[in-house]
Design a protein around this ligand. Structure first.
Ligand SMILES: [Zn+2]
Length: 460
């Protein structure tokens, strides 16, 4: 048995050399120290490679970066494991001296085995976790159900409860949900984790790389951050945005007056139209140019705005009431959407969504409200009023008269009390139904407001 190294192994573990003096015990251990160092070094290297291969994957650049950490460990490691090794001869020599009994071989063998086990422990643990089936598969199904109903906030809440045990697919889903509620910066670490854990989404799903590429462009374009309390703002330092930045405290104040406590909304105001287009399609997966009627949007958690219109010009000059009003209008949308939560845009009647945003921006919209009166008066001379259902679901097909109706209908519902907006949103959220929310907040219905506007402009 044993063709190679038989003699060496017998020497290593053999007892052909029963010591006579304490010094012999010491010598016996010292002769084996180099061998011990080699074994530990090789074990650590193997363990390290296994660990990283399963945790990070070979095709991740972090895999090649980690060896630096390993190299650092190599300078400290030997000191530690040699101190550990020294315990062997110390214990052995003491027992030899006291009991005249020699345990060298057994002690060396078990010490060696224990050291090798310690070296491989990280690799053993990672393999164990990697191949243990996830216990929460059932909950991921509930996450899928919520996502299918566009309930990304609810899905996130569920995922966050599972956080300590979230697997690669869970991380991907969390990133996905965050993207859908426009929190790109927050989504990034989840996609990275999912890649590290070796996850590939099913065919037909958006590849993780696609998301990460979009996030990288987003980070690249994200302008400079400005401090504020309930608004996080990233804006270019430009002639157009500086007056807006000064006006922001008033925006926050109006938001608190209308809604009470407000969620934090992040503003992104871009100076270049091309950057805005890139940013817009990365964040919303639609082209900004399809939404030609404005220069920005406000949806759950974010306001995205371009200081230039699609022709590369200022729509309104910096520091004008209208330029403030248009940004505040989008902030109004963002607040309603974020406070209502999942499915806001599916549930809200379009006239109400636009009308409430205009009412939030009302302090800057004197001119717009005057023009609205003129517009509807002229429209009524040659046309029949738009129908109520159309205002609910097809408003953007004829935006001018649609927005005007929304503005007037909401003004009618509020009856001078702008805080009713906050009540409409929270009551509707409670009922998951805007018609019910309007009714309980104002005592009237959307149709009542519509009839009032028609009656005013289309006198019989
Ligand atoms: Zn709007």
């Amino acid at each position: 048995m044993g063709l190679f190294f038989t003699a060496e192994i017998r020497w290593l573990f053999g007892n052909d050399h029963t010591p006579e003096k304490v010094m012999d015990v010491w010598k016996w251990w010292e002769l084996r120290r180099l061998f011990y160092n080699c074994v530990i070094f090789i074990s650590l290297a193997l363990s390290f490679v296994t660990y990283n291969l399963f945790l990070i994957g070979l095709y991740n650049e972090d895999f090649w970066y980690e060896p630096l950490t390993f190299m650092a460990a190599i300078f400290i490691g030997p000191v530690i494991w040699n101190l550990g090794y020294t315990l062997g001869p110390v214990v052995d020599a003491l027992t030899f001296k006291i009991f005249r009994k020699w345990f060298g071989i057994g002690l060396f063998k078990s010490g060696l085995a224990f050291s090798i086990f310690l070296c491989f422990l990280p690799a053993i643990l990672i393999l164990f976790f990697k191949f243990t089936p996830a216990a929460h598969a059932e909950n991921l199904n509930r996450v899928f159900d919520l996502m299918a109903k566009n309930k990304y906030n609810a899905a996130l809440n569920l995922l966050r409860k599972e956080h300590p045990t979230l697997d690669a697919e869970g991380e991907y889903l969390e990133g996905y949900c965050l993207m859908r509620i426009h929190q790109m910066a927050e989504a990034k670490p989840h996609f990275q984790k999912s890649v590290q854990l070796g996850y590939t989404p099913y065919p037909g799903w958006t590849p993780t790389k696609n998301f990460l590429d979009r996030i990288v462009r987003f980070e690249h374009l994200r302008p400079v951050k400005q401090p504020n309390t309930c608004i996080d703002i990233y804006a270019a330092n430009s002639n157009w945005t500086n007056p807006i930045l000064k006006e922001l405290p008033k925006f926050s104040e109006r938001a608190r007056m209308i809604f009470g406590t407000v969620p934090k909304i992040t503003f992104y105001i871009l100076a270049q139209r091309r950057d805005f287009s890139t940013f817009f399609s990365d964040m919303f997966e639609v082209s900004a140019e399809k939404r030609w009627w404005n220069n920005g949007t406000g949806v759950s958690n974010v306001v995205v705005f371009s200081e230039l219109d699609k022709d590369g010009k200022w729509s309104y000059y910096p520091g004008t009431a209208r330029s403030y009003g248009d940004v505040l209008h989008e902030y109004g949308h963002a607040l309603c959407d974020t406070i209502y939560g999942d499915n806001y845009l599916d549930h809200v009647p379009e006239w109400l969504n636009e009308g409430m945003a205009d009412a939030v921006a009302r302090p800057y919209y004197d001119e717009l409200f005057l023009a609205t009166d003129r517009l509807v008066r002229n429209f009524a001379k040659k046309n029949k009023p738009p129908d109520y259902e159309g205002l609910c679901h097809r408003l953007y097909a004829s935006p001018d008269i649609g927005y005007a109706f929304g503005r007037l209908m909401v003004e009618n519902l509020l009856a001078g009390d702008v805080q009713r907006i906050g009540t409409i949103v929270s009551d509707s959220r409670q009922a998951q139904d805007f018609e019910k929310g309007i009714k309980s907040a104002t005592g009237r219905s959307g149709k009542d407001a519509y009839d009032a506007v028609v009656k005013k402009y289309w006198k019989p």
